[in-house]
Design a protein around this ligand. Structure first.
Ligand code: GSH
Length: 79
């Protein structure tokens, strides 16, 4: 299983969609709130080229777009 981290903001509806999917499917990921910690936002920009959330870091490769993230999580069940 790759290392996974979800960058998110509480106030973002697209993030809430991903977090809701994770909750419903009992998926736990490392979470980085980009509003709580500006360093996470800089880290995301550096790794993925933009600050859009939600963003899933998959072993250092950033996936943007909530639907793509949810589909990826469906295709790659966490243990
Ligand atoms: N189509 C995207 C929309 C994501 C989006 O609009 N995120 C906003 C927050 S709700 C955002 O990150 N805006 C700041 C930015 O793009 O830097 C998705 O479904 O994930």
């Amino acid at each position: 299983m790759p290392n996974l981290t979800l960058y998110y903001m509480e106030t973002c509806p697209y993030c809430q969609k991903v977090l809701g999917f994770m909750h419903d499917n009992e998926i736990t990921l490392d979470l980085k709130n980009v509003l709580d910690n500006p360093r996470f936002r800089d880290e995301l920009l550096e790794a993925g080229g933009k600050t859009q959330v939600p963003a899933l870091d998959i072993d250092g490769t950033i996936m943007y777009e909530s639907d793509d993230i949810i589909n990826w999580l469906k295709d790659n069940p966490t243990p």
